[in-house]
Design a protein around this ligand. Structure first.
Ligand code: SF4
Length: 458
């Protein structure tokens, strides 16, 4: 994929294929509708969201204590716990564990944290091949791309393209794009890797402080298969994945699958509490800016995210611009408030990739104030000088005009006149708004004039 820096340019590239944009949009909206139906089947849905939000608030307020409790219990269960403050440290730890085994190939089930750390690329340079075993992840891996969605990594791929990809890499018959056939082919192909891998890496959906166990949710059972057949299990997690007690899973598991895909529950919710006899189990906990975020009251609640992707599926910008336009491991609305915290300069465009419609807030199962944070990030980025000079100047001009009513009235009058008599001065290729829109006809009068005439008399 050609890497253009900014969201608008990457979205423009995605938008060139209108048919793809159309079904991408429709497919994700279909999932949003499934989520709505699944949520409405639970009368206490809003209460569940509120409970989840409160549990996560408690976790963030007491994270230090819960992490230590988790570490102690995990160690008592026979798990080795590692701490990493940066992606580099995380990768070094994972590599040091693998190195001792002497393997050059391993299996990995879906983990957005390892995407955040670019673990596959890191291990590849060390001579270790990582085989992603989640079907969607495997497809993007074969295509040499990052996932475009945290739950549906290859949602931007057509089945015919997947057929061609499998033909090239797995030798399936050319032109066969039957999803059932392709899934079976992938399963057979992956089985050989499962059978021969002595190391398995998984992500973590929830880490229970009370018991020191982790829970991994998959629909394909690939995490279980990998771990059960391996001698070494390495689980990689961000420090925010903690929940206090096992009983809280009853809240989060009900919310996660319904919010993600509209399913009542993920097919496999696998609990890993201790290594089996003869097996090693390691958990690597990564900070990577999370503690810093915790100290910032404006943005800390982003750490409550359970990565369900409901905010992706509902977002009108994500659905029409595609996941790769966000150029960060976690895309969509939540990615747009997480990424500037990691690198403000590189991700300064992302908080602007939103209409601020607030639909993300409405669906978020843990009630993160996503669109308010997008708006706050915009203010921070403008203040810190991370937006282009043209945008900063335009915003300054706009602020001046909007705070001077007389100037606003005159500009409006002039603008309406221009749009009527010399529209080409506004509707031209230098105006980014004009590029993808049919500009409306100028109204005869301003709202202010209409209001004076029609309402003031009453
Ligand atoms: S921000 Fe909320 S809706 Fe978006 S992925 Fe996280 S939990 Fe899901």
């Amino acid at each position: 994929m050609k890497h253009l820096e900014d969201h608008a340019q990457l979205a423009e590239a995605f938008n060139k294929d209108e048919a793809r944009v159309d079904w991408h949009d429709k497919t994700l909206w279909f999932i949003r509708e499934k989520r709505d139906k699944a949520a409405w089947q639970i009368p206490a849905w809003e209460q569940l969201r509120e409970t989840a939000s409160q549990i996560k608030n408690n976790v963030l307020a007491n994270l230090h204590g819960y992490l230590l409790q988790f570490e102690k219990n995990a160690q008592q269960n026979g798990i080795t716990v590692h701490w990493a403050s940066t992606p580099q440290e995380h990768n070094d730890i994972v590599y040091s564990i693998i190195k001792k085994t002497g393997v050059t190939r391993l299996v990995k089930s879906k983990s957005m944290l390892t995407e955040e750390c670019h673990l596959n690329e890191f291990l590849h340079l060390k001579g270790i091949d990582v085989i992603d075993t989640d079907l969607g992840e495997r497809i993007v891996q074969l295509a040499g791309e990052p996932p475009s969605h945290i739950v549906l990594p290859c949602i931007h791929w057509k089945k015919e393209e997947i057929g061609d990809l499998f033909h090239k890499h797995m030798g399936t018959p050319e032109g066969n794009a039957d999803p059932q056939f392709l899934t079976t082919a992938a399963r057979e192909n992956l089985r050989t890797y499962f059978m021969s891998s002595r190391v398995a890496i998984t992500g973590v959906n929830f880490a229970v402080a009370e018991t020191g166990e982790i829970v991994v949710c998959t629909n394909e059972g690939n995490a279980d298969l990998g771990v059960q057949l391996a001698d070494v299990h390495i689980a990689c997690m961000g420090i925010e994945k903690i929940i206090p007690q096992r009983k809280h899973l009853g809240v989060f598991l009900r919310l996660l699958a319904r919010s993600a895909t509209g399913q009542p529950i993920t097919t496999y919710s696998s609990h890993f509490k201790k290594p089996r006899t003869g097996q090693q189990m390691h958990i690597v906990l990564l900070d990577n800016g999370r503690s810093e975020r915790l100290g910032n009251s404006d943005f800390r609640s982003a750490l409550k995210c359970i990565r369900c992707a409901a905010c992706f599926n509902t977002c009108p910008v994500y659905r029409r611009s595609g996941g790769h336009s966000y150029h960060t491991a976690v895309a969509g609305p939540i990615g747009s408030i997480l990424a500037p915290g990691l690198d403000m300069k590189k991700n300064a465009d992302l908080p602007f990739a939103s209409t601020l419609c607030g639909s993300c807030n409405n669906v978020c199962p843990v009630k993160i104030d996503i669109h308010e944070q997008l708006y706050k990030w915009r203010q921070v980025l403008v203040k810190e000088g991370y937006v282009s000079g043209t945008k900063a100047l335009a915003l300054k001009g706009m602020a001046h005009m909007l705070s001077h009513p007389a100037l606003y009235q005159v500009s409006g009058k002039f603008g309406r006149w221009m749009m009527k008599y010399i529209p080409f001065l506004i509707n031209n290729r230098f105006n980014p708004w004009y590029k993808q829109r049919e500009m409306p006809e100028a109204p005869e009068q301003s709202f202010n004039q209409w209001y004076s005439k029609n309402r003031k008399k009453k």
